[in-house]
Write a protein that binds this ligand. Structure first.
Ligand code: SAM
Length: 295
């Protein structure tokens, strides 16, 4: 008799995964953590009943939230990851030899421990890398207090539930800007536009109040059901205006082995938005007065 994990992230709709074997189930100070062997997508990590990542398709989100901004920026050396407890983003960031140090601030130690034990296919040895500075704490508090400065901030957050709610606030974004070096980029996951449109609109509205440029790009993650996944970005440079030849040269130089999703062609394609997504974005700010530096 098959038992099923039912994800009911959206009212009136649910997706189910057959549970072959529960490998971990617990409740931390912050959330319910469950990890199981599924019927089709390998091991699946869920938090408070919502799918966070699966062995079978995690590469889409982790590659697109990491390699696109690093290739757009061109000289990323210091990175901050907020959230990201499964280690997937950390593992992708560390593939870049240019990266000298990655600070990762994850609020829930239970997620880290579960990832290290059960998700080696996602985090590999990333937590043990000598460039990794792992902090167990609230990412919002970290950006409000740290003296570190970053070329890239990756907000690998869940949906705006529980401890993650603060990671969608204007105060959090303002503090992110505070710790960003000139020309730095912030990227964040912003849900599935077909089901969470207002989340995307609200995020870009707040970004526009803080940075000169912002927007979204898209990826298709099979287990983030209902279509495209929106990945939002903000910077004082327009990252959609980078010379394609530079991205292709940077990609060749980075010599990233075994990627399953990101490539320079898709880098530019990801910014092409279907009308229903483009309509969710507030009108772009007047062209920023600041002279645009193309790197
Ligand atoms: N990387 C996954 C994916 O592929 O979509 C999902 C995101 S990751 C599991 C989200 C992480 O953010 C969780 O581990 C959660 O504990 C963490 N988190 C939530 N609120 C946080 C906060 N305020 N500060 C730091 N981490 C937080």
């Amino acid at each position: 008799m098959t038992t099923w994990f039912n994800e009911t992230l959206y009212p009136g709709f649910r997706q189910s995964h057959a549970i072959k074997k529960v490998l971990f189930e617990g409740k931390s100070k912050y959330q319910k953590v469950k990890l199981f062997e599924s019927g089709h997508f390998g091991r699946i990590l869920t938090l408070d009943g919502v799918v966070q990542c699966t062995e079978s398709d995690e590469y889409v989100y982790h590659e697109m939230l990491t390699h696109l901004p690093i290739m757009a920026h061109g000289k990323v050396q210091s990175v901050l990851i907020v959230g990201g407890g499964d280690g997937g983003i950390l593992e992708e960031v560390l593939k870049h030899k240019s990266v000298k140090r990655v600070t990762m601030v994850e609020i829930d130690d239970m997620v880290i421990k579960v990832a290290k034990k059960y998700l080696p296919k996602i985090c590999g040895k990333a937590f043990e890398d000598k460039r990794t500075n792992l902090i167990v704490g609230d990412g919002a508090k970290w950006v409000a207090e740290t003296n570190e400065r970053y070329d890239l901030i990756i907000v690998d957050r869940p949906d705006p539930i529980g401890p993650a709610t603060v990671l969608f606030s204007k105060a959090f974004y303002r503090n992110c800007q505070r710790v960003m070096k000139p020309g730095a980029i912030l990227v964040a996951q912003n849900g599935v536009p077909h089901m969470q449109g207002p989340e995307l609109t609200d995020a870009v509205k707040l970004f526009q109040q803080i940075w000169a440029h912002s927007g979204t790009y898209l990826a298709v993650v099979p287990t983030y059901v209902c279509g495209f996944m929106s990945l939002t970005w903000a910077s004082d440079n327009d990252i959609t205006d980078v010379d394609p030849r530079k991205v292709f040269q940077r990609f060749a130089r980075a010599n990233l082995k075994g990627l399953n999703y990101y490539n320079p062609e898709l880098h530019f394609g990801a910014f092409a938005l279907p009308n229903f997504v483009a309509r969710l974005l507030p009108a772009p700010k007047k062209k920023a007065a600041a002279k645009r530096k193309t790197r």
